[in-house]
Design a protein. Sequence first.
Length: 186
Amino acid sequence: MPTRTLFLLPVELVLPILGILLIRTQSPIRGLIYRSFLGSLAALLYAIFGAPDVALTEVLVGTLLSSILYIITIRACYSAVIVVSEDYEMPQVLMEHLKSMFSELRMNIVLQPSKLTHSRDDYNHLFSSKTLAGSPHAILDGNQLCIESPILLEELLETDYYRDNQFLDKIYCVDCQSDSTTEEIS
């Protein structure tokens, strides 16, 4: 067996593994990463085996263009799942405020009715629920918004809409290290 073939064997074995991971993943971001790696490795193999034109096409169309279109699609469909109590009647004004604040981040809002016990353990359970996986989440408990991700909290606090319209009693992150990182509206 030629030495060149032995060096390529690990790369060739990774291709079907990436293909299976790509098909089985439920996360759009992971799918994008797997697809990019798959296209890049295929282009590398095409170039090594003497097909630079096919390799260039794979890189430009298969990896670059499809990744860009996929990113645009993911970003356009990005939704924040906000858990609300099943018995909570959300005022229309509050809903409009939330929509405006999240739309500044180019995010849609999806309300998820659930039974809330108003405890930190309940919040942690809801945030780890598999039915809500894939989106940044929040829990609207009365006039307080608990955000799962510290990064999302920071981005929401920096929106112009939030700075101009203080419509919540409290907006905070359940996983922040200390109360000093909890942001309250005065």
